[in-house]
Each structure stands twice: as structure tokens, then as C-alpha cells.
Design a binder for this molecule. Structure first.
Ligand SMILES: Cc1cc2nc3c(=O)[nH]c(=O)nc-3n(C[C@H](O)[C@H](O)[C@H](O)COP(=O)(O)OP(=O)(O)OC[C@H]3O[C@@H](n4cnc5c(N)ncnc54)[C@H](O)[C@@H]3O)c2cc1C
Length: 384
């Protein structure tokens, strides 16, 4: 594989994004209420044209966008990513009428999106989802059940909802629906989580949906979910890399200037070596993320393995780097409102959502063995 580097236009764009985030987005993020959708922030992302880019961006562009925003303002990064996650199924699978109704509103930041796959009984094993779509006898369905841990719920203006149309059929019996807020029987409540963004439940008590609400074909909804997650998985790694870089930058500055034992923290070899380790791991994670995203954009058949590796390494690295940064800052890092106190809360969830670390390892191993088997078909043991 050739050495990977960004071209000058991409590097300049990333620097511009960081400035934009610092000047326009961070002040709005700071005024937001934890656990609530920050509508002025989403609207600003729309006005700056960043949400519109989500719908025609390739995977690498999406990664650069997420990494750059995360370095300066994680709230803006997350608001943008969630808008992408909830809207991508409409952009990729929606009818012309659905696209005309929702894409301009989502791109402008006037309509807030959600992606509702997880349930109390179906997280990592998403194909076990049980939200029931019962035929209503008139060509439509009624939705019954609950979605849980859904970002932007219950405040979102519309949600991509995955429901079971065929019982006992696993992934093959799932259908994706576009459900606007305000449908009769649709409820939900906010959940108080460690992650700072809005998260909640959606409850469905006979919510009516019809053929016009379908995203793709009946029973083919799992494809909609996987298509969306395949695009977004490397970019979760980019979010993590952005947080790791922000923690590293802060720690370099702090340890260089913090007086200690007649010198500065940076003069202590154990501190300097920890910084070196943080920087090396962050760079390795970044390169793996870019490589996975570039492979996605090239249509490489190796995308599942590369994306899983990128998401796994980047999210675990960010946890190590942010934790190290807290350690090297001492008590001040744990004070409410400190950048690292914020990152410490932000960095934990990406190791769980969009495929937990252990699930990524399973994907990687499965892909490796499948490749091995293609070139080394198993020889039957001769029977004695
Ligand atoms: C901040 C946050 C935001 C979220 N946003 C959304 C959203 O917008 N939309 C949405 O649909 N969902 C969302 N989720 C839910 C998320 O997708 C699930 O939490 C995730 O899929 C894991 O499911 P679970 O929590 O039920 O854990 P479980 O599936 O019960 O897994 C628990 C743990 O078991 C282990 N494990 C599970 N499966 C395996 C395996 N195959 N091999 C080895 N170990 C395994 C892992 O350690 C895993 O962390 C969000 C979650 C969080 C924390």
C-alpha cells in the first residue's frame, strides 16, 4: 500500500474547519443545555454549509470533517454526525418525495434527525430487533414497541426507524421507515447519560406508517442500516482521533509550562515518554482511519476489515490518550468545565456504539479467516 498523506487542499480545509468551529460553533455549543438538542448549533452547521456536505461527501471527506470539528468543538462534531446518521438513509434510499420533504430541511439545520436501530433487547445483536410492524389490513402497518439509547430522541423532527415486518426472520425481516415527529402514538423520554449529547427513548403505541414512509423495500431494511453504518464507522474513528489530538495538544502545552521540581513537567522523562506514546498512537490511529475511508471511497472489497480496525484502534487510542492527558494535568483536569473533564465524558461511548470494540474484533477475525479460506481451502482430513 502506498504511503498516505493528505493533499494541501485537504490540509487547508481542515485548518479552516477548526477556525470555523472555534469562532462560530464553540460559542453556541457553550450556551447549550447538556442532554438537550442544541438547535441554534444545528442551524449554524446548516448555515455554514457543513450539513449539506454530509449528503455528497465521500468517507474520507466525512472523516476530515468530523476530526477537524472534534478537535475544537465535540458538540458541533456530534450534532453534525447525528444529522448525517439519521438522514443518510433518506438521501440514499428515500423516494423523491421523501428527499424533497426532508433533505433541504436537514441540510439547513431546521429539521433534526435520528437513527433508531437499538432496543432494550437488541444492541450489538441488532438483527434481533423486535419493534413490531403489524399489517393494518389497508397496505400499511402499525408500529408497536420501543427504541432505546437513540441520539437526539425524543426531540428529533424525524427518525429512520427499523422495525420487524416478518417475525423470526432475523436480519431478513426488518424494514426501514421514515417516521416524522408528531405521528399519533409516538412518544419517548430523555435519558440522563454520561455522554453529553441528547439521548433518549422512542415509544411506539400503534404508530401508523404506510408505503410512502418506506425507506427501501419491505424486509430489506437491514441493508439500509448496514449501508449507513459502513459509511459512518471509519468516521467514528475520526471523531476519536480529533478528541485524542485535542487532548494531546492540551497536554503538550500544559506539561511544557507547568513548573515542577525546579524545572517543568516536560523535563521528567516519564512525562515526555508518555507524550511520545500519546502522539505515536494518535498518528497511527489517524492513518488507519484515513486508509479505511480511502478504501471505502475506492470501493475496495476489504472495507469491512479496514473500517473495523480503524474504529477499534481509534476509539481505544482516544480513551488511552484522554486518560493520559487527565493524568498529566492532575486535579485541574477533573474540574467541571475543563476541556479534559469534557473529553473524559465524551470519549467513553464511541467504544460501545456503532459496534462495540469486541464486535469489531469479531468482524476483523471473520474477514481474516474468510480471506485465508479463499486462498487456502480446507483439506478434508483423510478418514483412517
Ligand atoms: C452515547 C450513545 C449513543 C447512541 N446512539 C444511538 C443511536 O443514535 N441509534 C441507535 O440505534 N443506537 C444508539 N446507541 C446504542 C448503541 O448502538 C448500543 O449501545 C450498542 O449497539 C451496544 O448495544 P448494548 O448497549 O445493548 O450492549 P450489548 O449488545 O448488550 O453489549 C454489551 C457488551 O457485550 C459485549 N459484546 C456484545 N456483543 C458481543 C460480541 N458479538 N462479541 C463479544 N462481545 C460482545 C461488548 O463488550 C458490549 O459492549 C447509542 C449508545 C450510546 C452509548
Amino acid at each position: 500500500m502506498p504511503a498516505f498523506s493528505l493533499d494541501p487542499a485537504q490540509t487547508t480545509w481542515c485548518a479552516e474547519l477548526r477556525t470555523l468551529a472555534a469562532d462560530h460553533l464553540k460559542p453556541l455549543a457553550d450556551k447549550g443545555e447538556p442532554g438537550r438538542v442544541n438547535r441554534p448549533l444545528v442551524a449554524a452547521l446548516g448555515e455554514l454549509g457543513l450539513l449539506a456536505r454530509l449528503f455528497d461527501a465521500g468517507a474520507l471527506e466525512l472523516c476530515l470533517l468530523r476530526e477537524s470539528l472534534a478537535r475544537t468543538c465535540t458538540e458541533a462534531e456530534t450534532a453534525l454526525a447525528l444529522q448525517g446518521l439519521g438522514t443518510h438513509p433518506v438521501a440514499a434510499f428515500g423516494t423523491p418525495a421523501q428527499r424533497a420533504r426532508w433533505l433541504p430541511e436537514a441540510a439547513a439545520g431546521r429539521a433534526v434527525a435520528a437513527f433508531a436501530l437499538s432496543e432494550p433487547g437488541a444492541g450489538s445483536d441488532a438483527a434481533a430487533l423486535a419493534l413490531e410492524a403489524r399489517p393494518d389490513g389497508a397496505g400499511g402497518w402499525r408500529l408497536h414497541g420501543e427504541k432505546r439509547w437513540i441520539s437526539n430522541a425524543p426531540e428529533a423532527d424525524f427518525a429512520t426507524v427499523f422495525a420487524r415486518t416478518t417475525p423470526d426472520a432475523g436480519a431478513r425481516g426488518v424494514t426501514a421507515f421514515l417516521v416524522p415527529a408528531g405521528r399519533p402514538g409516538l412518544g419517548g423520554e430523555a435519558l440522563d447519560m454520561l455522554a453529553p449529547h441528547a439521548l433518549g427513548t422512542l415509544t411506539f403505541d400503534g404508530v401508523p406508517v404506510g408505503p410512502d414512509d418506506l425507506l427501501g423495500e419491505p424486509d430489506r431494511g437491514f441493508r439500509v442500516a448496514m449501508n449507513t453504518l459502513n459509511l459512518f464507522r471509519p468516521s467514528v474513528g475520526a471523531f476519536a482521533v480529533g478528541m485524542a489530538q485535542a487532548a494531546l495538544d492540551a497536554t503538550l502545552a500544559h506539561t511544557a509550562d507547568r513548573p515542577a521540581f525546579g524545572g517543568h513537567l516536560a523535563d521528567l522523562q516519564s512525562v515526555a515518554h508518555r507524550i511520545a506514546e500519546m502522539a505515536t498512537r494518535t498518528e497511527a490511529a489517524r492513518l488507519l482511519v484515513y486508509a479505511a475511508a480511502a478504501a471505502y471511497d475506492d470501493g475496495d472489497p476489504d472495507v469491512p476489515r479496514r473500517s473495523a480496525m480503524a474504529k477499534l484502534l481509534a476509539t481505544e487510542t482516544a480513551q488511552y490518550v484522554v486518560d493520559s492527558a487527565v493524568q498529566l494535568h492532575g486535579a485541574r483536569a477533573l474540574q467541571r468545565g475543563h476541556l479534559l473533564e469534557h473529553l473524559y465524558r465524551e470519549v467513553r461511548a464511541p467504544r460501545i456504539y456503532e459496534g462495540a470494540t469486541e464486535v469489531q474484533r469479531t468482524i476483523i477475525a471473520k474477514e481474516l479467516y474468510a480471506t485465508h479460506r479463499r486462498s487456502h481451502p480446507r483439506q478434508e482430513e483423510p478418514t483412517p
